[in-house]
Design a protein. Sequence first.
Length: 358
Amino acid sequence: MTTFSFSHFLPMHLRGLPVPSEPARTGHAGTGFSARRVAALVVLVLLLLAPRLALAEGMVTLRGVARVDASAPILLGDVAELDGSEAVTLAESVVAPAGPRPATVTLSQVRGVLEAGGANLGRLTLRGSSCSVLAPVAPPTATPAEIPAPVGNSVRSVVAGRVAELLGVGPADLRLTFENRDDALLGVPTQGRTVAVQPAGEGDRMPLTVRVYEGDRIVAQGQVRVTVLVRRRVLVTTAALSRGAPIRAGGLLEEERWLPPSSAPATGADLEGQVLRNRLGVGQVVETQDIEPPLVVKRGDVVAVDCLSGAFSVRTTARALSPGRLGEVIQFQTLSSKHTFRARVSGPGLAVTLAPGE
């Protein structure tokens, strides 16, 4: 390997070497010699730097989570985001064969695969630490015991239709599990009869009161319980997220999940400007109870407070006695008289209060 040194191209007296005795080069000839040497030096620098300037023409960033079926090999494009022409051409590189698969794919594994495949790592930037490999979410399947038949044949089907109506979803988006002890009532025929089904409480194991009428007579009645799951589109974490971390839809994976009615999954619109109230692990559904607005006022902050009285407004400063989020009403204390009052947080370093009687 040849090693280049810029000092080799410097004049001898600047390299600390003795200068041979020769006629001094002066005037235009000396100037021309110096200019040629500088030009050659510039060309050499550009030639040496040219390969460097072409580096990092692709970026490989490991995802937090990937879902790959065990019957197919794990490809680089499955576990990583590929940017740039140099990276995109590597999408079909096999990271792991089909069959039993690793729980995670690490960045060192990816580097080893690319090196073995002859990829020019000098032209790639590798980012991330590891990617959790999960099985694909199985599409919901209907089973006779869980997805009811169309309304009209038995009490069971009427109950299923009523639950769908109460939850505002279609029968295909419901998974119902009935208890064996209710089979007799659920199997009562409804042809030519009137069936009344009313909720007797709330919960994921829903209690329902059932009455079956034939003319003006009650021919069957009782209470049944049904465990309910609803098919929903949800946002799932692709990496563990700590409490207080900002959360964005771009860092989540959208999936279909069967959830109980009490679950309230967050949507992309819900996440705008929010932070996590609770720590979430990889693959967890983000629910509305897991997010909250960020703190815009900390305890001890001195903020501007607008006091409103009719059409008049007076601004003063006060110290926050507790942390506050946008829209929350918290306690403040004036800086001079130490008087305490409550005001609504209206933004970073800003609150509004109404004068007494307003």
